[in-house]
Design a protein. Sequence first.
Length: 185
Amino acid sequence: MTVPPSPAHPSHPGLRYPPGSVPPQQGSGGTPSGGWQMPPGAGAGAGFPAPTAVQAVCRVCGGAPAAMATFRRHQGLLFLMRFNRIDGPFCRDCGTAVYREQTAGTLWQGWWSPLSLVLFTPGTLIANRVALGRVNKLSDPTGRVPGYGARPGKEVLRRASSLVALVPLAWAIWVLANIINEVSS
């Protein structure tokens, strides 16, 4: 016997109602917005169950618990820049995988314009680290859809593409050494 997936929350597609609960139905009237309204005298203790909280599920694998997070990627293109972001509730494993992919991409593509070198790439790396902290506080995900989910893969600094970040670091050290040499002579 298969259990149908829980319906999505109308204003937040990534949020699902807990299993066994019944989502409110849209009424044809009753409220000025045409939304759902409880009958007079209804509520917890009046013969109706207490309202349940909506639990976020991972947008990648459907696992819970999940936390809202935004992972960013920055690409510096000499005189242009490009920004990318992935929003959503993520479980711990999928959030870690998205963090590693976005951060590794920023490390090898983010340094190639002057403003990117000084401002946007470091800001993107810090913002990603803060978002990772949010998903790392979660417990192990449960209720995943079989066959779905992201594998975290290698750590960011163990990926070959991340080693490209050594080029701007070496350039910055060279510039700093020349400035110090010029000032001291």
